[in-house]
Write a protein that binds this ligand. Structure first.
Ligand code: AHR
Length: 307
């Protein structure tokens, strides 16, 4: 808070107020996971554009999928004495130490998108994100209805140890376990990438004699599903007809796949969420008070029929 620079009655301040943006200059460090898939770059772009609109000086650090890069970035933000830090953590573990360093430096930390697993919840102010567990449940509920409760499923998991991979799996399994004739027969990580999804699906196709007996593919994100679609087409299979296809993100390429009849359903993970995240941070900086630990952004299910 000591670094908040009130613009007061300056011309710059008046202009910012006129533009409908924050009346004080804030510097925020944002440590982003990387640029895997289509959703993540859309989220990064939105965070950068929204920061400009709101008059926020955003220091953006892309960790290229490596937690050690995120730890370095957060320590650099602390050294620069930014006003606040936002982290979209690659994985849930390994955060206690660096969050303690931020707390000692009196720099509030917010989580965006992904979660951390820390025992001391006071190490961050709040997480602003969708409910990944609910996303898994929505995918599972859609599949239970579409398959009438009988389905052997192959699962493409996201990055091992990441909140969306953990929670989407849990949510999906919570629904599937209610149906005695639904089960996940194969499950592997495709690391949230198109190439990863394609490779995993190629292995599943080989191991199951062209997906014999497989009723559905649940992918933790659309990019892996898009890779799986490619692999299935190359093997002469018809995705969405031979095998039901449900995934998460609802990115533009998945919308096209749904419209082309190559996928059945996708749960939307909103990427334009800077408009929700920054006001939480700037309001807190103006008036620091305890916030709900989790501010949830809604998720919706989209189907090919609903398009
Ligand atoms: O954390 C959200 C997930 O991360 C998105 O669903 C996926 O596309 C991204 O890599």
């Amino acid at each position: 808070m000591s670094k908040l620079k009130w613009a007061g009655a300056s011309v710059a301040g008046a202009l910012m107020m006129f533009a409908g943006t924050s009346a004080f200059a804030v510097t925020i460090g944002f440590s982003q996971v990387g640029d895997e898939g289509d959703w993540r770059p859309a989220f990064s772009k939105d965070m950068q554009e929204e920061a400009k609109k709101q008059g926020i000086d955003l220091k953006f650090a892309d960790a290229q999928g490596k937690q050690e890069e995120q730890l370095k970035a957060v320590r650099a933000f602390i050294a620069q004495r930014v006003d606040a830090i936002i982290i979209a953590p690659v994985v849930v573990t390994g955060w206690d130490q660096v969050l303690k360093e931020a707390q000692r430096a009196k720099i509030p930390v917010f989580l965006a998108d992904r979660d951390v697993d820390v025992t001391d919840k006071s190490l961050f102010v709040a997480r602003i994100s969708a409910d990944f567990n609910l996303e898994g449940k929505l995918a599972g509920a859609w599949l239970a209805a579409a398959s009438k409760g009988t389905c052997d499923i192959v699962e493409l998991q996201g990055t091992v140890g990441s909140a969306p991979a953990i929670e989407r799996k849990k949510g999906f399994e919570a629904v599937v376990s209610q149906f005695p004739n639904m089960k996940i027969v194969r499950s592997q990580s495709g690391d949230f990438t198109t190439e990863g999804g394609k490779k995993v699906m190629e292995a599943f196709i080989k191991a199951t004699n062209n997906l014999k007996g497989i009723c559905a593919t649940f992918a933790h994100n659309d990019n892996m599903q898009l890779g799986a679609i490619q692999a299935m087409k190359e093997a002469g299979l018809k995705p969405s007809q031979d095998v039901l296809m449900v995934s998460v993100d609802y990115v533009p390429a998945m919308k096209k796949a749904l419209a082309a009849g190559e996928a059945n359903a996708s749960v939307e993970l909103r990427s334009a969420i800077g408009k929700y995240i920054y006001p939480v941070v700037t309001d807190y900086l103006k008036n620091p008070k305890e916030l709900p630990k989790w501010i949830v952004i809604p998720s919706d299910l989209h189907t090919a029929q609903g398009m």
